[in-house]
Design a protein around this ligand. Sequence first.
Ligand code: ADP
Ligand code: MG
Length: 904
Amino acid sequence: MPSKAKQTPMMVQYQEIKDQYPDAFLFYRIGDFYELFNDDAIKGSQLLELTLTSRSHSASAENQIPMCGVPHRAAQNYVDILVDKGYKVAICEQVEDPKLAEGMVKREVIQLVTPGTQTDTGIGGAKRNNYLTALTKITTGYGFAYADLSTGELKVASLKNFEAVINEVMSLQTKEIVVDKSVTDDERQHLSQIGILVSHQDDVTAQSELSYLTQDVSDAAQNAVLKHLLTYVVTTQKRSLAHLQRAVVYQPSYFLKMDHYSQRNLELTQNIRTGKKSGTLLWLLDETRTAMGGRLLKQWLDRPLVTRDEIMARQRKVGALVKQYFERHNLQEELTKVYDLERLAGRVAFGSVNGRDLIQLKTSLNQIPKVQHVLGEFEDGTFDDILDNLDPNDDVADAIEQAIVEDPPISVTEGGIIKDGYNDQLDQYREAMHNGKQWLAEMEASERKATGINNLKIGYNRVFGYYIEVTKVNLSKLPEGRYERKQTLTNAERFTTPELKEKERLILEAEEKSTDLEYQLFVKLREMVKKNIQRIQTLAHAVAELDVLQSFADVSEKYRFVAPTLTKDGHQLRVIEGRHPVVEKVLGRQKYVPNDILMDDKTTILLITGPNMSGKSTYMRQLALTVILAQMGCFVPAKSATMPIFDQIFTRIGAADDLISGESTFMVEMKEANEALENASANSLILFDEIGRGTATYDGMALAQAIIEFVHNRVHAKTLFSTHYHELTVLEDSLSELKNVHVGAVEKNGELVFLHQMQDGPADKSYGIHVAKLAGLPDSLLTRADQILTRLETKDEQDKPIVAATSSETQFDTSDTDSPDTMAVSSEQTSVSETPKTDSVQAPAAFDDGEDTQLSLFGTPEPTKKHTEADQLLKQLKELNLMALTPMEVMNQVYKWQQHAKRK
Ligand code: ADP
Ligand code: MG
């Protein structure tokens, strides 16, 4: 960088401004362009595919600096591209008229556009919120707040730990989080790693004009994080925030808790493979007719309810809408014509609203009486709470109706917006313009006659004003001195006359005054609407709610859902002929086989066995989706359903089956299983799908069994546990709350046919070889596999797992329930070189294959020769007191063994 002294005044100004926004692209306005300089230009030209040029910034020509530019009219596009990519853009305008400026034109940043504050989210963005989040840390936890600047929504919560923070930011799909010094480097890094832009805002300035937003918030930490968020918003936006709604305190515990992993895994709003909406529960449920309804549906899906009364209040409305088909249909028709009231309100506040937006607002408001009318057709009381908030805002609609023409232009500064007859002065200007133009037409006609030039015409352009145009061929017909020459074109000459000049002055003056006045009238109307923003927002929310409820009803009817019965107490679960609605929709109704899910008060675990690809995972997800639908207030895909209200859902998919995270390892799988074991209550739902499959057979099976026992004896959550270890099915004999079910399959002519049907009892085989056959593996290989299988099966008796630990004779130390430090592994227990502790309460009988323990998987004939190494390992295994260890400890032990074995 050359010294400042040498720089041009403009570059000095540029640098001063750039220094205030080091982490943003600075769009520096020069005339009709925004220019980027230096590093901004180099990076920007790549990201935006612009030509990189250079500019001399000093007197000497050799010092060139890189630059690139975009025309200001097209700037929005470029800003959006950068912001969508996670960057910030500072828009720097000329804030005084260059003609009047003395020296350098004054420039200021008028807005900092960031991923979380972007309000024009473009096509497809209407049904999504764009949330800006904020985080601060206090000794007891975290203050967390979020806002959507386009709709004005503002929420705040206290969160216990960082895990909860991650869950919130993932489920809100925030693109930007504002933090202060209290948030550690590690935490910031974690947030950036999951793709969130971390913005720093350390000073908090009092925003007195926004203090009403926080008046319902008493908690100090929540207040602090809100101030923090608002300071950031004010400093970046520099524009009216009148549409921000009073902060609402929420607590994640008011809702059915699902971590983001479960949300993704169940494909609630995002398809695992494509990341898109298609193929998700949201996709199935979305029959909303308005953008507001679309966004609210997603919010409800992210946060199903846990309070029976609230759920039933929604369910009753859905029931009424299902029953009254014609009214529902009418309601949909009326809602279709309601525009995005929330975002219109936002634009009013920002002052970015135009004539067309106001017409949309009016049209929407005019729909409300029709909506009220339809709701009147329902039984009294059904929709009272919604009707209370359906205020058509007549005064606002009338004011717009009177002022704005039906089809206004996009621009608000070029006239043509205000109706005739609305304002006397405006009418007079328009009259003058009209008369002037009339006069011009008459002049044109009379001049043609006088000169005999039939194509003589009177025209207008911005630079030269009004002119009389005569083509060159006809010039000879023109009497010398009739007009004054004004401009020469290739084929024509343009002229004027003193009269024409005078008319021009009058017309242009009237035009200018008229557009000025129109703009003033428009702004006045806008301010009037602005005063009513809160009423419009209340209305918007009521409309959104109604829209989601009709969508539920629509879907419930279309896919034959029923109203679930939610029990007040007890843990009975009875889903008759339940379906996975999304799989059913994709496969087609004919192909989908419905299934019952039956768990009485005393059953906590369903152990699901069955061949690969038979429908185990689908069955488990089916239950989770049914629970989520029920607790959202929607009907459920079944013939009938009775269920308790769940507090949390955990889903863990075995690493081998985990489609989501390529990086998923067995360790991750175990950590996540542990998360469920630690946090689930007796009112939770756990889905463990082939857990333990990510490791070798025996340790996987050992872990699976230990986990089942732990859930059975300690957690008592309703649990669906699918496994390909059919050996585990014997647990039913010893664990009273466990029930076996399996997916039926039949072999026909050596081929396997899946019935996709759940049946009581254990599966007899794992059918893996048949699946391999279907997949077309070579015959010789399959024959060999069959041989090995037969050999293994003759050992079947010994392979059965050990007798399970039951609650009466539990081996788990129940005294440490409050400190579930299951991750901690005591070193003396796991060191392979030492002899493990030999409490030998119960010698583990499983895995004990006797002397000829080496299975000849790879063709070595039995008996095998003994390896002292293997013997030692086996001895340790035998002596290991499995029941005294937590799953994590077992896992660590097995891991050490494996490491040890690999070194050999
Ligand atoms: P698993 O977990 O047992 O390997 P999945 O649940 O992944 O099996 O199901 C495999 C496939 O079987 C699914 O993709 C789906 O196409 C089909 N399927 C599953 N359940 C059913 C059902 N109830 N009716 C019809 N097809 C089903
Ligand atoms: Mg599966």
